[in-house]
Design a protein around this ligand. Structure first.
Ligand code: MD3
Ligand code: FE
Length: 216
């Protein structure tokens, strides 16, 4: 029934506070959906999705690539940002204008008008893929927020606190949702539960997440 109404009156974006410094802008990426998909196809033609290995020797279930001046990578020697894609030996593809525009507008909307990302990590979840609870702390300046864009199949996002054992709250992240994490929430533990199977009308059987960072 919801679908029927959406054809008549497109759904409006909305805003929720997830924690101090963390804002969820539901549906904010919907106007960019087709541009984002086309840009993503261009990125993966240069730097394909690959499943990287953690320092502990596990192959991640989430496949990743990057665009922008720097990309996040992991291998047996650790986690880091690098200007070169280790699989191609070349720089990561440039950040598409529609990616940059969405990230800058969302950050400004959430109270971070200075944010200019130099790295975008692209995560691809297929059914069964998950991301265990972790902190993002490989970025040089933790004063920059992180902007995250969810596309395709919905996922359950787990959002804890500063300590690994802090209680976790769950949020459903859906196609078009944009979240901005800064200030006190920037170092909160977070993860993504195992992706359930489904078929999204534009992205098919997958979830794509873009995370925009000030890494360098
Ligand atoms: C909360 N990605 O790539 S994005 C990651 O959906 C990552 O693929 C998840 O966590 C995904 O590192 C979640 C949301 C996110 C990103 C960074 C955060 C939430 C965050 C940093 C601090 C607190
Ligand atoms: Fe993370």
């Amino acid at each position: 029934m919801d679908d029927l109404f959406e054809r008549i009156a497109p759904v409006q974006p909305s805003r929720e506070t997830m924690a101090d410094g963390a804002v969820l802008l539901r549906r904010a990426a919907l106007p960019f959906e087709k541009d984002l998909l086309a840009a993503l196809t261009g990125i993966t033609a240069i730097s394909p999705f690959r499943r990287m290995v953690t320092p502990g020797g596990y192959t991640m279930s989430v496949a990743m690539t990057n665009c922008g001046a720097a990309g996040w990578i992991t291998d047996r020697t650790g986690y880091r940002y690098d200007r070169i894609d280790p699989q191609t030996g070349k720089p990561w593809p440039p950040m598409p204008d529609c990616f940059l525009e969405l990230a800058v507008v969302a950050a400004a909307d959430a109270g971070y008008p200075q944010f200019r990302p130099d790295a975008c990590l692209v995560n691809r979840y297929e059914p069964g893929a998950r991301l265990s609870l972790h902190q993002d702390k490989n970025e040089r300046d933790l004063a920059h927020p992180i902007v995250s864009v969810s596309l395709g199949l919905p996922a359950t996002f787990q959002f804890g606190g500063l300590k690994r054992n802090d209680p976790v709250r769950k949020f459903a992240l859906k196609h078009g949702d944009v979240a901005v994490w800064g200030g006190p929430s920037r170092l909160f533990f977070h993860g993504v539960a195992e992706l359930k199977d489904g078929d999204h009308e534009t992205f098919g059987r997958m979830r794509i997440n873009l995370t925009f960072r000030g890494a360098l």
